[in-house]
Design a protein around this ligand. Structure first.
Ligand SMILES: *Cc1c(COP(=O)(O)O)cnc(C)c1O
Length: 372
């Protein structure tokens, strides 16, 4: 009898993948280290939690959960279309925006194609590319951000998709509007440009790109956004893509019919109504960002200026050690060695008291190192 060999039967691209490394969950640290009162600044979540309007809508929906959700997400698409002045048939809903990123790749990319993204860019881009067996082309970053000229120069006849994260995670780098539009205009039409705007809401409105309006001019542009960050719904999984209607039509053919569940649809609808919560989230983030950059400056720590709800700080050769010591003091941050940033740690912006716990823990670590 032949042995069953799960790995050798799997697609080569999938065999070589490393599982996605999420931020360490609070419960896991409690379990492993036996400590409580843990502060998690590791996954760019909204520290304000869930808006009260969303909570109320979710509670009211509970009795309806025996039924399937609306497979077309009619009302959510309608609300998004109205808010952003696009057509409902341009929208593809996803189980988080990770879902639509994967749908895009599965709709357009085969194992004969190349997919371009930047060094230090969001890990899901190489992940979906490799899963298909396509060739990942990681273009070296410039000042930790996307080098758009080099990315353009990397385009070949085989290129089918370019991922651009703006702002990028984990670096927080941001591309100015003019440079971005010039880039999109020059990308040949056999290539889709996927502009990932997961942190769009945190970008001050006066510097945001009019990316959705660009879709009319550049039909190969797709913009993805999420309810996971500023809207505070990471646990529910709700994201979407806005594209040319023909692209959305194709993506909708391969998505799972109920890929956005009833609670996610309900919460997203309610979240769009709660402008006050959104503005408060943005304000708390801006204040926390000003505070942590001042902390870094006063402690001789360099950082990558960030337009997101997180900041990536350089701790040098002992970054892994600082991570472990913070963990033992009950503060979870995010190592980014997997992003070729072994000397940095990413810290999400939390509530003032959570940030204070981080500052205190770091000061203790420095003091302990000096006294030993
Ligand atoms: C957080 C994040 C997302 C959003 O992921 P969801 O699946 O919507 O939770 C997408 N892109 C980037 C760059 C991110 O950091």
């Amino acid at each position: 009898m032949q042995e069953f060999d799960a790995a050798s039967l799997a697609l080569p691209g999938i065999r070589e993948l490393q599982p996605y490394q999420a931020g360490k969950p609070i419960e896991e640290v409690e379990r492993e280290l036996g400590i409580s009162n843990i502060i998690k600044l590791a996954s760019n979540e909204n520290p304000l939690g869930v808006s009260s309007l969303v909570k109320e809508a979710l509670i009211n929906k509970v009795n309806g959960l025996a039924r399937y959700p609306d497979a077309n997400g009619f009302y959510l698409k309608q609300a998004l279309a109205e808010k952003f002045a696009v057509k409902a048939n341009q929208i593809t809903l996803g189980n988080g925006s990770n879902d639509v990123l994967e749908l895009l790749a599965r709709t357009y990319v085969t194992n004969h194609h190349e997919v371009i993204f930047s060094q230090h860019a969001f890990v899901v881009y190489p992940l979906v590319t490799k899963a298909i067996g396509a060739k990942p082309v990681a273009v070296p970053a410039k000042d930790y951000g996307h080098d758009l000229d080099a990315m353009l120069a990397a385009v070949t006849d085989k290129t089918r998709m370019i991922f651009v994260a703006n702002p990028n995670n984990p670096t927080g780098t941001f591309l100015p509007t003019e440079a971005l539009e010039e880039f999109i205009a020059q990308v040949p039409k056999h290539v889709l440009v996927v502009l990932d705007e997961a942190y769009y809401e945190y970008v001050p409105s006066e510097v945001r790109a009019p990316s959705l309006a660009w879709i009319n001019e550049y039909p190969n542009l797709v913009v993805t956004r999420t309810f996971s960050k500023a809207y505070g719904l990471a646990g529910l999984r709700a994201g979407y893509a806005v594209s040319n209607a023909a692209v959305a039509d194709l993506m909708n053919r391969i998505r799972q019919p109920f890929n956005m569940n009833e609670l996610a649809l309900t919460a997203a609808m309610a979240a769009l109504q709660d402008e006050a919560f959104l503005q408060h989230s943005i304000q708390v983030n801006a204040e926390g960002m000003a505070q942590i950059t001042a902390f870094c400056d006063s402690h001789g720590l360099s950082y990558i200026p960030s337009h997101g709800n997180f900041i990536t700080i350089r701790f040098g050769g002992n970054a892994a050690d600082v991570y472990q010591k913070l963990l033992l003091k009950g503060v979870i941050v995010r190592p980014v060695a997997g992003y070729e940033l072994p000397e940095h740690l990413r810290v999400s912006i939390g509530l003032p008291e959570e940030m204070a716990a981080f500052y205190r823990a770091y000061d203790e670590i420095v003091a302990e190192a000096q006294s030993s």
